[in-house]
Design a protein around this ligand. Sequence first.
Ligand SMILES: Nc1ncnc2c1ncn2[C@@H]1O[C@H](COP(=O)(O)OP(=O)(O)O)[C@@H](O)[C@H]1O
Ligand SMILES: [Mg+2]
Length: 292
Amino acid sequence: MKDLKRIASLVGSLSEIEFKVLETIERIADQGRVATPDAIARSLKLGTDYVAKMLDELNRRRLVWSPRGRGREYMLNFASLDMLALHSASRRGILTHIGVKIGVGKEADIYVGRTGEGNVVGVKFYRIGRTSIKKHRRFREVGLEAANYLASSKMSAQREIQALRILYPKGVPVPAPVYRNRHMVVTSLIEGELLARVDKLSEPEALLWEIIKSVKMALEAGVIHCDLSHYNILITPEERHVIIDWPQWVRPSHPNAELYLRRDIENIATFFRRKFRLAGSVEGVIGWVSKD
Ligand SMILES: Nc1ncnc2c1ncn2[C@@H]1O[C@H](COP(=O)(O)OP(=O)(O)O)[C@@H](O)[C@H]1O
Ligand SMILES: [Mg+2]
């Protein structure tokens, strides 16, 4: 999103009451109600005209939008969700700066950030449905759809930090969890390259087994990744691996757990076999995990 910088700078320029209006729209939507100017005004004990004017201004700055026509009902978008998340993080001293974008995935943007203590961190903003929200903006039903996308983005962030909080203390190589707010996840920043882009490894076979060992440790901690591939593993300059991108994880008790686990391992084994010409069979690797 090219205008996260704009959004970060707006955090300082928005008044407390404007933030309250945004938070109120969010709360009303979370309760499954319709955020009309009247409902927002009532909730804040302010006059409807005053609130309507503020909404108009927020709309002009593209921080709220009206799926059913201006003035009738308001919703947040990813820009205002970003602002609310950044506002919460900066109020707590967790984030003081947002820097360059370092990753764009299908469902998220990743930025470099800095904490109040001066640590450099990775800041992931989920953007589920981003492209389709834009595409279908005109349709009436889009309101419902967009609300679901914002909710799904929050849910993904929640799920991801939950996995990291289970795995990191157990020593599974994942980014260290720092903070989560709404659809935003803050973690340690990993210096490394996607496994998919690594062409040379000094000991590919050793690395494959290290990754399998991590999958097994995660399993023992009660977490199956479910989207493991060479696109979700970072390789550090020391050729150590870090497994990222955990929102879709499941518990080993999940009815499809075994299928997902097998697929995760097959993806990795197949990648190593093809790219690094390892003879070790995929079955061997899977057998090793399910044995003990
Ligand atoms: N903690 C991190 N440190 C460094 N780079 C990261 C970190 N998290 C993500 N990235 C980069 O951002 C990209 C997308 O992140 P990812 O978590 O896989 O999201 P997506 O769901 O969009 O695939 C990754 O491929 C990686 O290059
Ligand atoms: Mg990914």
